[in-house]
Design a protein around this ligand. Structure first.
Ligand code: SF4
Length: 389
């Protein structure tokens, strides 16, 4: 049986969630690079899925819970039709009470969001939309198997802009066949739309994806490392020039427009997660629901948890993981006192050798209070962060 979770009085945010993630797996098409729990061709299961989602949330929470952030991701949440989206908003509104000034984000893909759906979301209290553009270059979109173009992004922005105070665009650089000039053009087009937040990810060939198979067969070639670095470097500089400062390795925002929900992850704070493939982190225990939609539906309909792998980190492991996540925050970095308060560990005792080594190499900086990656450190962040583990 699924048992309701109960908060203890005054549990800190790294123990008891103040954030909720809801997963909607439906997509128009499975993109070649996609490793998310997403499915195409199963829209007929959407009604049953919403029933299960509501049941999972109700049984897990027992009563409505106050949170500071809600994030509805996918998949493509806006693949749901207007009636289904309205129902999803009602379910969320029934079980989550957003604290004053809270943030409610919904992911959307160009071509799936119309004015009716946007009105439903805005009326429900959604105040932030994250739009997956990825690229405006037809050849890159073809490699990524994204079935939309600049015109669809333009229409989506025209719908989103007037209705939501904050919105973000997702872009991907390092697409096979693209040049530095191509990427710069993508950035300029994105900036012309006027987003207050941009997420720019280097393309990852996730094992098992269609794109990974194509690379294994020699049908696509990744861009070389130097070009990828130049693309990343030009992103940091161009976006800073446009007032969108980097605040996390892949994220850029105008002041006050950072994603509060994602900042929860980078502080290693607790969060609820519901839906197929959704992860949660409650009281130091991280668990992930099955990624198989039929199994998820079957188990929840039987009143059973849909949980798959579960892990509980030892205090030191958790502290190391917290250090890595905090250092991803390029502006906030790792505040020594905050880190000690949250983990019970002194960062200098825990990782003194790594700190000294990377400070000497000019890859980490220390103002006495906070540790941060330097500009050069940002380019080799993976290596540095691995040393903290
Ligand atoms: S739209 Fe997003 S979630 Fe859906 S298949 Fe494409 S990348 Fe994956």
């Amino acid at each position: 049986m699924i048992r309701p979770l109960q908060p203890a009085p005054n549990e800190p945010p790294w123990q008891w969630p103040r954030a909720a993630y809801i997963h909607i797996p439906f997509c128009a098409h499975k993109c070649g690079y996609c490793d998310f729990a997403s499915l195409a061709g199963v829209d007929h299961l959407a009604g049953r899925y919403l029933d299960s989602l509501e049941r999972e949330i109700a049984l897990s929470l027992g009563e409505p819970r106050e949170v500071d952030t809600i994030f509805v991701g996918g998949g493509t949440p806006t693949r749901l039709d207007a009636g289904q989206l309205e129902r999803l908003a009602r379910i969320i509104g029934r079980w989550f009470v957003l604290s004053p000034g809270g943030e409610w984000t919904v992911e959307a893909n160009p071509g799936t969001l119309d004015a009716e759906k946007a009105d439903i979301l805005a009326a429900a209290g959604v105040d932030r939309i994250s739009l997956g553009a990825q690229s405006f270059r037809p050849e890159s979109l073809q490699v990524l198997e994204r079935h939309h173009g600049r015109a669809e992004v333009e229409s989506a922005v025209a719908i989103v802009g007037p209705r939501f105070p904050r919105w973000s665009l997702d872009l991907i650089f390092g697409v096979p066949g693209s040049s530095l000039e191509d990427w710069r053009r993508d950035l300029e087009i994105a900036l012309d739309f006027g987003p207050s937040h941009l997420s720019c990810y280097g393309l990852v060939f996730e094992k098992g994806t269609e794109l990974w198979k194509q690379r294994s067969r020699g049908e696509v070639r990744p861009v070389d490392e130097e070009l990828e670095r130049a693309m990343y470097e030009s992103t940091i500089d161009r976006l800073a020039g446009a007032g969108l400062a980097m605040y996390e390795i892949s994220n850029f925002a105008r002041p006050g427009h950072e994603s509060r929900h994602n900042l929860v992850y980078w502080a290693n704070d607790a969060y609820f997660g519901f839906g197929v493939g959704a992860a949660r982190y409650v009281r130091g225990i991280r668990s992930v629901n099955t990624r198989e939609l039929p199994a998820y539906l079957r188990r929840i309909e039987a009143g059973e948890p849909a949980i798959g792998p579960t892990e509980q980190l030892a205090p030191e492991e958790r502290a190391r993981e917290t250090a890595v996540l905090m250092l991803r925050r390029t502006r906030l970095g790792l505040d020594r006192d905050d880190f000690c308060w949250r983990t019970g560990f002194d960062i200098d005792q825990l990782a003194g050798a790594a700190i000294e080594r990377y400070m000497t190499l000019g890859l980490l900086e220390d103002d006495g209070t906070r540790l941060r990656l330097t500009r050069e450190g940002i380019f080799v962040a993976d290596d540095i962060l691995a040393a903290f583990l």
